[in-house]
Design a protein around this ligand. Structure first.
Ligand code: PLP
Length: 385
């Protein structure tokens, strides 16, 4: 059966050009980039190219990029690194809708002697910036607010947030895992101090990430070991994945306009047609400030997992709640924070597209979902059919 992949916020297809660029570094070029000899040195040079490619998509300087193993590591490195570098500051500000990489880390810190302020969101998934301003204190070491939400696609006004954070004399970290490659970024003209990205959300492989650390920001290394990454992250570099991430960033920069034309048109069609054809449904999250590829729809009187199972039978891949927590039947903490009614939280699915989707695939999903919802409602014990 043909697979129609609409789960790109969970992970993306590795671009064929990325695989091709990586291949020689699994075979021919196996030298250690830290070695003195030129066999290793040529690998180090390729890492420099990748660092420049990552810096280019962010509008950053290559010296500000540290390669890590994933988005989760970058989030941990940013928050723990700043806390360790500023031991007298024990307060963190974050939001109630962060990815578990930040959300659960902050919960852990709160249980271990730190003070954490979790900001709520409104029904559109947006933050109240006055509340944010009131929350940042003299002892706030770091404010960690995501750029765009993985479940709903809601985009936060990070630069405005940054202005407030700067006025209050704290540091801003943003988890931009879902934003890089989908939104234009320019860190040269930005208030962001630290930024997380992850390869597998932008057509690079899994197990590679990066952390932007603005020049002059004090951040203690998270992984302590060798002198790699200019003493900012110990461990021999994952050379093929770093080179793949560089290539993926180069491609993402080239294809960025497609996100706001083709991908957005495809998402808008998908969303509006499903809303027309399936009654008692709602789109979760701001209509205006949203990633171009994401839609999160709640269907009343059905279970999201049941929808996904029947979609799976039709070859359609999507998520309910956060993909990283799928397998857990816990209702989404993001939708709950937005005050989405309990019944609608349980019937929510997320569809997320990429430049590799086609309009035929979108039409296929539009054909398949409404009858699935109808069928499930007919057998639902929860009332309205
Ligand atoms: N942050 C966000 C917003 C994400 O969506 C994800 C993954 O879904 C992560 C962090 C974690 O990234 P990784 O899977 O590379 O650890």
């Amino acid at each position: 059966m043909k697979v129609v992949y609409a789960d790109n916020n969970a992970s993306t297809r590795v671009a064929p050009e990325v695989t091709e660029t990586m291949m020689p570094y699994f075979g021919e070029y196996y030298g250690n980039p830290s070695s003195m000899h030129s066999f290793g040195g040529q690998v180090a040079k390729k890492i420099d190219v990748a660092r420049q490619q990552v810096a280019d998509i962010l509008g950053a300087d290559p010296s500000e990029i540290v390669f890590t193993s994933c988005g989760t590591e970058s989030d941990n490195a940013a928050i723990l690194g700043v806390l360790r570098a500023h031991p007298h500051k024990r307060h963190i500000v974050t939001s109630r809708v962060e990815h578990p990489a930040v959300y659960n880390l902050c919960k852990y810190l709160a249980q271990n002697g730190y003070h954490v302020t979790e900001l709520g969101v409104d029904s559109q998934g947006m933050l109240n910036l006055n509340e944010l301003s009131d929350a940042v204190r003299e002892d706030t070491a770091i404010v960690s607010i995501m750029y765009a939400n993985n479940e709903t696609g809601v985009i936060f006004p990070i630069e405005e947030i940054g202005v407030i954070v700067k006025q209050k004399g704290s540091l801003l970290h943003t988890d931009a895992v879902q934003a890089v490659g989908k939104l234009p970024l320019n860190l040269a003209m930005s208030t962001i101090d630290l930024l997380t990205l992850s390869g597998h959300k932008l057509h690079a492989p899994k197990g590679i990430g990066a952390l932007f650390i603005r020049k002059g920001t004090t951040c203690t290394p998270f992984i302590i070991g060798g002198h790699q990454e200019k003493n900012r992250r110990g461990g021999t570099e994952n050379v093929p994945a770093i080179i793949g991430l560089g290539k993926a960033c180069e491609l993402a920069k080239k294809y960025l306009p497609d996100e706001h034309t083709f991908v957005k048109q495809a998402r808008d069609k998908l969303e509006s047609e499903i809303m027309k054809r399936a009654p008692d449904a709602r789109v979760n999250g701001s209509q205006i400030n949203r990633l171009p590829n994401t839609t999160n729809i709640s269907f009343e009187f059905v279970e999201g997992e049941a929808i996904l199972l029947l979609m799976n039978e039709k070859g359609i891949c999507a998520s309910s709640g956060s993909a990283c927590t799928s397998g857990s039947l816990e209702p989404s903490h993001v939708l709950r924070a937005m005050g989405v009614p309990f019944t609608a939280v349980h019937g929510s699915i997320r569809l997320s597209l990429s430049r590799y989707n086609t309009m035929e695939e979108v039409d296929y999903i539009i054909e398949q979902i409404p009858p699935i919802i109808k069928r499930l409602r007919e057998i639902s014990p929860y009332g309205r059919k």
